[in-house]
Design a protein around this ligand. Structure first.
Ligand SMILES: Nc1nc2c(ncn2[C@@H]2O[C@H](COP(=O)(O)OP(=O)(O)OP(=O)(O)O)[C@@H](O)[C@H]2O)c(=O)[nH]1
Length: 306
């Protein structure tokens, strides 16, 4: 094996920013080659920054999946949007992900204005190209580039993997020289406890509807590696309304049982060990105003009135 000295290596942070549901987490997973960030069809799934690491011969790319940027209403929204802009501000390269099916919306125009103040190289990623015709795609690319200057534009489908490696190659060429931030076998900075909570949150989001996902959070209270190699995981689902509890539990506890079963199945496949997962449901009307819940999510608590 050849030794790599720090002067040979390059390392860069690339923030993936965009409106909710643009496909940032799907892109992160496609870049890393495994699931590190949860994905649902619902907007505002990602709540804090999730880093995914790709290490090639001499380069380390740290992609930062950020919460979607939208007009915040609640305290949690503000924390999520602040976290997304924080991710953009700290990165070496900022990649704006656009859902081409939605096009140049007023929400996207606002985002372009915000990105104008960011002093790092910006690139445009037109995602979901599997959903529209080529002529429309070219028109959209021109319209967005006329609004704001980008160093490069990529047309991709994160879901199908089209164009993802071109984007990665561009990043490898444009990151600064420097030592790696993570060991070369690291894929993410999330702990197993947080990953496990995120997987359960994804199953909850997919299973229950309406306003419940936005008013719930999942925390791992204890994560123990047992003598036999299995993992014992206790998690709490926090809800903000008593009326939601009945829905999350379901008749005879069926709903929570199936959320637990889905989560356990995925965690077993991920860690390749037996998993004992115990889910508890707690109603905390004001969890959205509790700084401890934000810390658990990896978010700064935004002070001031909600
Ligand atoms: N057709 C199509 N769908 C995609 C593509 N990329 C992502 N999606 C879908 O878009 C939805 C949102 O994807 P996410 O990756 O969760 O989007 P996000 O930007 O991380 O969303 P937030 O967490 O809300 O910020 C999911 O249903 C994905 O399967 C794509 O290239 N083509």
């Amino acid at each position: 094996m050849t030794e790599i000295t720090p002067t040979d290596t390059s390392c860069g942070f690339i923030a993936l920013v965009g409106a909710p549901n643009a496909g940032k987490s799907t892109l992160l997973n496609s870049l890393v080659g495994t699931k590190v960030s949860i994905v649902t069809h619902k907007a505002q799934t990602t709540r804090s920054q999730v880093r995914g690491v790709v290490t090639t011969d001499k380069s380390q790319l740290v992609f930062i999946d950020t919460p979607g940027i939208f007009a915040p209403k609640r305290r949690l929204d503000r924390a999520m949007v602040d976290s997304a802009w924080g991710g953009a501000g700290d990165a070496d390269i900022v990649a704006l992900i656009v859902d081409v099916d939605r096009g140049l919306t007023p929400e996207l125009e606002k985002l372009l204005e915000g990105l104008d103040n960011i002093n790092h190289p910006r690139i445009l990623i037109l995602n979901k190209i599997d959903t529209i015709k080529n002529e429309e795609l070219l028109k959209l690319s021109e319209a967005i580039n006329a609004n704001l200057r980008f160093e490069a534009t990529f047309m991709i489908s994160a879901l199908k993997g089209y164009g993802v490696s071109d984007f990665m190659d561009w990043c490898i060429k444009h990151i600064p020289p420097g030592p790696w931030h993570f060991p070369e076998d690291h894929l993410t900075d999330l702990t197993m406890a947080i990953t496990a909570a995120e997987i359960t949150r994804e199953k909850l989001f997919l299973r229950v509807h309406d306003e419940i996902p936005y008013n719930s959070t999942v925390e791992t209270e204890s994560f123990k590696i047992q003598k036999d190699g299995s993992y014992k995981i206790d998690q709490v689902i926090y809800l903000s309304r008593e009326s939601h509890k009945k829905i999350v539990l379901g008749a005879g506890g069926q709903t929570i049982k199936s959320i637990g079963a889905e989560s356990r199945k995925e965690l077993m496949a991920m860690y390749e060990v037996p998993i004992h997962l115990f889910l508890f449901v707690k109603v905390r009307e004001k969890w959205g105003d509790d700084p401890e819940r934000y810390r658990e999510m990896g978010l700064e608590y935004p002070h001031g009135k909600d």
